[in-house]
Write a new protein. Structure first.
Length: 174
């Protein structure tokens, strides 16, 4: 278990030591947090940003920041993999695997917003009332699953970055 955590830590360090990826991580993380907060602000009539920020608890802030940071990190690591591995000879399979990892992380983070009862109201439009009530009942479980999916995505991306996965290793920088 400790070896897995260390491999993720090493891969994150490898990716974020490049300035462009570090800046992308910060911008994407802040943007995702803004999106998670602004969705209910825009979709709930009469809701304002000040009111939305005032009703969030410390745990809501913690979860939103965690989900934003993990999603941003997963996306930046996948961009790093694509930028360093994607050549004309690379198969579409790698692009598909990387894209699916990033998309699943984003979807997990969006459904992780189910921790806030008012935030989940913005999901009524495309999920329906029954699905939203189910999400409200199981909001902690949904959030835990979202975080687990993001951590799994980060683990497999770190295997690619560090070259542990021989089939999909990222070549060393020149």
């Amino acid at each position: 278990m400790l070896a897995k955590i260390l491999s993720v830590s090493q891969a994150v360090t490898e990716v974020l030591k490049e300035r462009k990826f570090f800046v992308a991580f910060l911008i994407l993380g802040a943007s995702l947090f803004w999106i998670f907060v602004s969705i209910p602000t825009k979709t709930i009539p009469g809701n304002t940003l000040a009111f939305q920020l005032s009703i969030l608890t410390r745990s809501d802030y913690f979860l939103l920041i965690t989900l934003s940071a993990l999603t941003s990190l997963a996306a930046v690591m996948n961009f790093y993999i694509l930028a360093n591995k994607f050549t004309g000879r690379t198969s579409a399979t790698l692009a598909g695997q990387t894209g699916i990892g990033g998309i699943s992380g984003l979807i997990a983070a969006i459904f992780g917003t189910a921790t806030c009862s008012l935030c989940v109201a913005s999901l009524f439009g495309f999920l329906g009332v029954g699905a939203v009530f189910l999400l409200l009942k199981w909001q902690v479980a949904v959030t835990v699953v979202a975080i687990i999916l993001l951590l799994i995505s980060l683990y497999f991306a770190s295997l690619k970055v560090l070259g542990i996965c021989k089939n999909c290793a990222v070549p060393a920088r020149k």
